[in-house]
Design a protein around this ligand. Structure first.
Ligand code: TMP
Length: 266
């Protein structure tokens, strides 16, 4: 499919104009960053795995009635999505203390929380994504009160559904981050799930050993990130569906950059 002009490049993804108005192509890079990009590496195959894992999760969520920007996967590294106006708020849902929460409240990682806790962070690399409250979001007009209600309710529904999905595949959903966007149609504007859901944006622990199967392997220098993401894909039943070119791409550096033309496997 013809890819249009590059319109945005983030740390792990690139957005291009899509084939029709109102669509975009989301390209998954192999770059891994942490601590606001102070730490960076290229992990061969990560983009291919995240494209597949995020596709799988978005499709399952759509099946249970969560509106998303996802249309379909195009090839190893690209998916077709609806163009939305991103709300500059990262919504984090936590089930177990870990990461910045464990630090902030001086709790050992792994402490179960009394209930799922929703947090908001302002999406700003310049400010280091500060923790914010609903007051900031509505006062600065980042989202209206009804939009914020939608985001809160959708985030908890996503948490309920994904906690069960991962549990059934032998993984604990410790926490995750989601982003939402406004989808404009001739009739109305509504909040839909955007961006990606992958081991880059979740904490997933093996149910038996509590081993990290997510980007904490990179943040904490544990190694084995690709193998862990591959195991997530295997447990979700995705790896088995991958074509030979995709499987090869997991271990062979392709000198790949966002500008390369990717082989089409979908
Ligand atoms: P935190 O404990 O570092 O605040 O992270 C909470 C969750 O959000 C965790 O699942 C990782 C995810 N996350 C992102 O997706 N992007 C980010 O920039 C950060 C800091 C966290």
């Amino acid at each position: 499919m013809a890819r249009g002009r590059r319109i945005y490049e983030g740390k792990a993804k690139v957005l291009y104009e899509g084939p029709e108005p109102g669509t975009l192509i989301q390209y998954f890079k192999d770059d891994a960053t942490a601590f606001n990009a102070q730490k960076h590496a290229v992990i061969t195959g990560k983009g291919v795995l995240n494209n597949r894992i995020s596709e799988f999760i978005m499709m399952r969520l759509q099946e249970v009635g969560i509106p998303t920007h996802f249309i379909r996967r195009l090839n190893m590294r690209e998916q077709l999505i609806r163009e939305v106006e991103i709300v500059p708020v990262e919504v984090v849902v936590r089930n177990v203390a870990a990461g910045s929460f464990a630090k902030r409240f001086n709790q050992p990682e792994g402490t179960p929380l009394p209930r799922s806790i929703v947090e908001y962070y302002y999406k700003s690399d310049e400010l280091g994504d500060p923790l914010i409250t609903e007051e900031h979001i509505t006062a600065f007009n980042w989202a209206s009160p009804p939009e914020l209600d939608d985001m809160f309710n959708l985030a908890l529904r996503i948490n309920d559904y994904l906690s069960g999905l991962f549990m059934g595949a032998g993984m604990k959903l410790v926490d995750f981050k989601v982003e939402f966007g406004r989808l404009y149609t001739p009739e109305d504007v509504r909040i839909v799930l955007a961006d990606e859901i992958s081991p880059d944006s979740c904490r997933l622990w093996d149910i038996k050993t509590n081993d990290s199967m997510d980007k904490d392997r990179f943040r904490k220098d544990l190694g084995g990130l690709r193998e862990a993401y591959q195991e997530v894909a295997r447990r979700l039943g995705i790896l088995q569906e991958m074509g030979p070119a995709e499987v090869t791409s997991l271990t062979e550096a392709s000198g790949d950059s966002a500008n390369d033309d990717d082989s089409k496997t979908a």
